[in-house]
Design a binder for this molecule. Structure first.
Ligand SMILES: Cc1cc2nc3c(=O)[nH]c(=O)nc-3n(C[C@H](O)[C@H](O)[C@H](O)COP(=O)(O)O)c2cc1C
Length: 433
C-alpha cells in the first residue's frame, strides 16, 4: 500500500524503495527527496548500458538484493518523550575529520557524468566528508585530490610488487590522504539479467551499437556535448606517471586478470610501503578470521563489504557480517561498512551494529547521474537528515550513542563468517595461510 504525505517542499507518495519506474513527466525540480527517486532519475537519464553497469550485481543477484533487504529486516525501538535536538555527527576516520559518518566508496564512474569523480569529490568536500577514488576511475587522481584533499586512493592488485610500488608512489606524490586496498574480486562473470554492453573505446562500432540507447537519452548526451568530449573510457590512474597514455578499462581489466592473486604477506608489504603512519584500509572483509589477519597486517581500517554484490554471489549482506567482525576487531581498527546504504536510517543501523562509519556506492552514483555535483550533495544531505531523524527518535544526541539496544534484530539475522559459530564456515584452506 502506498501512503501519501506532504513534507514541505513537495507532496509525495511513499512506495517500496526497490520499485524503480520510469517517470511519466519531465523532472521540473532537480532536488530529489529520496535515493529511490535519484535512482529513478538515473534510470531515466542514462543510456541503458550505463545504467545497467551501475545496478548490476553478479550472477543471480542474491547478494546485491540481500544487501538492501537485510536493512529492511532491522527495526527501531524509538523513545516518545525526553528527546533532544542536538545531533552530533562529526567523527574521524582514516585520520580525517569528517562532518558525518558517511564516506564516498570508490567506484569506476565511467560515462555517468562528464565531470565524473571530480564532481563527486567537490560534493564530498562541500558536505565535509572524505572520498575513496577508484583506480578504475575516469579522472586523474591529481585533479580529484585538488577538489577534495580528503581523498583516499583505492588500489586493486594489478601487476607485480614493482608495478604496485610505482602506483603507490604516484598516490603519495599526489597527496592522497590514505590508501584503500580492495582485494575482494574473484572475476565472477555472467549476470542472469544480462550484462550491459560496455565498449572498449568510443569508436564507430561503439557509436553504432550505442546510438539507439543514446538517442533516447538527450539530456545525458547534451551533458557530454557541452564539454565537446565523448566519454573516453580510459583509466588514467592505472599508469605510474600522470599524463602517460592511459589504458582502456578493458585493457586494465585484462592486466588485472593476469596478475597473481595477492597474499596476506603482500597486504602487509603494501601497508608498510605506504608508510606505517599513513592511513590504510583493507576493503572487502567479510570474515572474522580475515579481520584478524588484516589487524596483523597493520591496517588502520577495514570495510565490511561484499563489493556491492558484484563479487561472489551468495555472500551474505555485509550488514549481517558486521556485528561479529566489529565485536572481534572494533577495538583495534576502525570498522566501516559498505553495501546497501540507501537512507539515513540505514546509516544509523550500521552504526548501532558496530560500524564507525559507512561508505556509499550506488546511492551517490545515482545522484551524480541525476544532477551532477548537486545530485551527490543531495544524496549526502538525505543521508545526514535521515541520520538526524534516527538520532532524535532514539533519544540520542550523538552518533557515539547508537547501540544494538536501539534496534529490533530478528533471530538469525547475523552471520558469523570465519568463527566457530553455528553458522560459520571454518576450515577454508585459502584463509588459514
Ligand atoms: C558501478 C560500480 C563500480 C564499482 N567500482 C569499484 C571500484 O573500482 N573499486 C572498489 O573498491 N569498489 C568498487 N565498487 C564497490 C563500491 O565501492 C562499494 O563497495 C559498493 O558499491 C557498496 O554497495 P552499494 O552500491 O550498495 O552502496 C563498485 C560498485 C559499483 C556499483
Amino acid at each position: 500500500m502506498a501512503l501519501s504525505a506532504s513534507v514541505g517542499r513537495a507532496s509525495v507518495r511513499w512506495r517500496p524503495a526497490d520499485v524503480v519506474e520510469e517517470q511519466e513527466h519531465p523532472v521540473a525540480n532537480p532536488w530529489f527527496e529520496s535515493v529511490a527517486e535519484a535512482q529513478r532519475r538515473a534510470k531515466k537519464r542514462l543510456p541503458k548500458g550505463v545504467y545497467g553497469a551501475l545496478v548490476a550485481g553478479s550472477e543471480r543477484g542474491l547478494t546485491v538484493d540481500d544487501n538492501t533487504a537485510a536493512f529492511g529486516e532491522l527495526g527501531f525501538a524509538p523513545h516518545t518523550a525526553g528527546l533532544a535536538n542536538d545531533k552530533q555527527m562529526a567523527t574521524r576516520v582514516m585520520g580525517q575529520d569528517i562532518a558525518l559518518p558517511v564516506l564516498i566508496s570508490p567506484t569506476g564512474v565511467q560515462a555517468v557524468h562528464p565531470d565524473g569523480e571530480v564532481a563527486v569529490a567537490r560534493a564530498a568536500a562541500a558536505r565535509g566528508t572524505a572520498m575513496g577514488l577508484s583506480s578504475m576511475a575516469s579522472k586523474p587522481m591529481e585533479e580529484v585530490i585538488a577538489a577534495n584533499p580528503k581523498t583516499f586512493f583505492q588500489l586493486y592488485w594489478v601487476g607485480d610488487r614493482d608495478v604496485m610500488a610505482a602506483k603507490v608512489e604516484r598516490a603519495r606524490n599526489a597527496g592522497a590522504a590514505g590508501l584503500i586496498a580492495t582485494l575482494d574480486w574473484s572475476f565472477s562473470y555472467g549476470r542472469d539479467w544480462g550484462s550491459p554492453f560496455i565498449p572498449e573505446r568510443i569508436n564507430l562500432e561503439a557509436v553504432r551499437r550505442y546510438a539507439p540507447q543514446v538517442a533516447l537519452k538527450p539530456s545525458w548526451l547534451w551533458d557530454f556535448a557541452k564539454t565537446k568530449k565523448l566519454p573516453d573510457l580510459t583509466v588514467p590512474n592505472m599508469v605510474a606517471t600522470p599524463g602517460d597514455k592511459a589504458p582502456t578499462f578493458f585493457e586494465a581489466y585484462g592486466q588485472w586478470m593476469q596478475s597473481p592473486m595477492p597474499s596476506w604477506d603482500d597486504v602487509a608489504w603494501l601497508r608498510e610501503l605506504w608508510g606505517a603512519d599513513r592511513p590504510f584500509m583493507l576493503k572487502g572483509v567479510m570474515r572474522v578470521d580475515d579481520a584478524h589477519r588484516a589487524v596483523d597486517a597493520g591496517v588502520t581500517a577495514i570495510s565490511v563489504s561484499n563489493h556491492g554484490g558484484n563479487n561472489l554471489d551468495g555472500t551474505p549482506a555485509s550488514i549481517r557480517a558486521l556485528p561479529a567482525v566489529a565485536a572481534a576487531v572494533g577495538d583495534q581498527v576502525e570498522v566501516l561498512l559498505d553495501g546497501g546504504i540507501r537512507r539515513g536510517s540505514d546509516v544509523a543501523k550500521a552504526l548501532a551494529l558496530g560500524a564507525k562509519a559507512v561508505m556509499i556506492g550506488r546511492a551517490y552514483l545515482w545522484g551524480l547521474a541525476a544532477n551532477g555535483q548537486a545530485g551527490v550533495e543531495n544524496v549526502l544531505d538525505l543521508l545526514r537528515d535521515g541520520l538526524g531523524s534516527a538520532l532524535i527518535g532514539l533519544g540520542h544526541t550523538s552518533i557515539d550513542q547508537f547501540g544494538p539496544g536501539d534496534l529490533v534484530i530478528p533471530p538469525g539475522f547475523e552471520r558469523h563468517l570465519g568463527t566457530a559459530g553455528a553458522d560459520a564456515p571454518l576450515g577454508n584452506p585459502a584463509s588459514s595461510a
